[in-house]
Design a protein. Sequence first.
Lengths: 451, 111
Amino acid sequence: MFDLEFNIRSWSDYLRSHGSFKNADILEMESHLRDEIDELTQNGLSTEEAFLIGVKRLGNVNQISHEFHKVNSEDFWKHLLVESKDPIESRKARTNIILVIAFSLFAGTLLKVPELFGMHLIDDSSMMFYFKNISLFLFPFVALFFMVNHVSSRKWKVAILSVFVITALIINVYPSFSPNSTELLTAFHLPILLWLVTGLAFLGKEWRSSRKRMDFIRFSGETFIYGVLIFCGLMVFILFSVMLFSAIQVDISRFTVEYLIVYGGSAVLMVSVYLVEAKKSVVENFTPILAKIFSPLFLMTMIAFLIAMLILGKSPFMERDFLIGFDFMLVLVLALVLYVISSRGLHDKANVHDFLNFALIVAALIINSIALAAILFRLSMYGITPNKVAALGENILLMVNLGGLAWLYSSYFMKKIEFQRLENWQTNYLSLYFGWMAVVVFLLPIVFSFR
Amino acid sequence: MEIAKDLVAASALPIVLAILKEDDSYGYSIIKRVKELSGDEMNWTEGMLYPILHRLEAQELIDSYWKESENGRKRKYYRINETGLKELEMQRNQWMTVHSALTQLWKTEKH
């Protein structure tokens, strides 16, 4: 049975990800397509035939989007910040801009509150406090922003906000004894955990939907890139301001650290989130492009490394620090693979990027297994520490994730499964990361008596 | 008979404006109207019409609004405004000049 709604939806999704269309343009074309289909079916065609002909008449996406691009590119940035024509949408855009400003101010002010109790951002003694808590100051506001913009139930919202509050209480009540490894682990893992909690606010009602989870992965990558770019801008601005005032012997560096960085930093995050949210349907995402550029390069280095190791007959000299290095390699490979997948249509045929992805995963897994064998041997000699447990747990988690992807990829190449299965595997796997991060943040400190 | 690309492009603007002067309309119905007016000789593509509509809107010759049809489908309607009417009048004068020149030439040719 031909599902017209499903097909129209995947068609408009395709336009969204492949063209330079505004959301209103896509709605307009969708209603055009429906009119076309109505007329064709009245003339005696089946819905399937009518759909195919209608889509064909609307034309080659590249061609249309090229034409559209001429119209849209001029006010490309403008329309992110200036109100759109649709009254409902423009009201929404205005409230969102106000929210962004308000939340940046709130987050910045919240960061200043501990100063009342003598905890200064630049003091060595309170550095750890800020490091550990930074995500708690910022992410709740991002979550609130999503709650306003995405559909979710009241219960869901309350639950997410309580998670933030409870987490804040727990991690600050936990003591920390020298050498403070568990506290450092918390500081590193809490942002990941809380970002996933923020993701739950992003997903809202559709938190189980694989497509929506993939959207969140896409969203995170774009926000990261926007954030880095805007942050660079902020740095240039601060350096410029300090330099300008130093010309008249006024030192504003203390002011910039205490105010510009605190408020500017909060604003960078909120603005990036807002821009990515607002432009969702406007431009081709940038992260997949970066991923496609770098994945062949990473693949070459990794293969070269393997060959060099074989020829020289050197087994890698492994220490604990290297384990973290290899975790990092796996994270990178996973990110490259994921973002290449994220820009891919579900029904596309297997292309060169899919084979590159597969090769990248296999190379990473081989290197990691060799490394892991060497490291495990060394680890067993010195007993377990919290750091080792965390690093090892992550390594195994990532390996299983990539292994699963490689396995599914190969069955996909053999045409045994649909590509959807790969996405489902990845989006379901996110729950495991969530679980492990929670274990590291909440359980490991207790197990290792807060040392 | 295939109408030359340049001619299609040049005539698109006055045709769109004149159709909107008759009544507010949306993309799909504009394409049908053009087809009907030209006795099936002119088949505009969507890839050509929508960019024109959006450009006219950006130049503030026409306005747009969303309206629901009887069957609940949301359509983007376009409406010509004062500036648009003035532009159409100007276009009309230009086309009439060209038209009368050609008519005279072709009339004398017949005799």
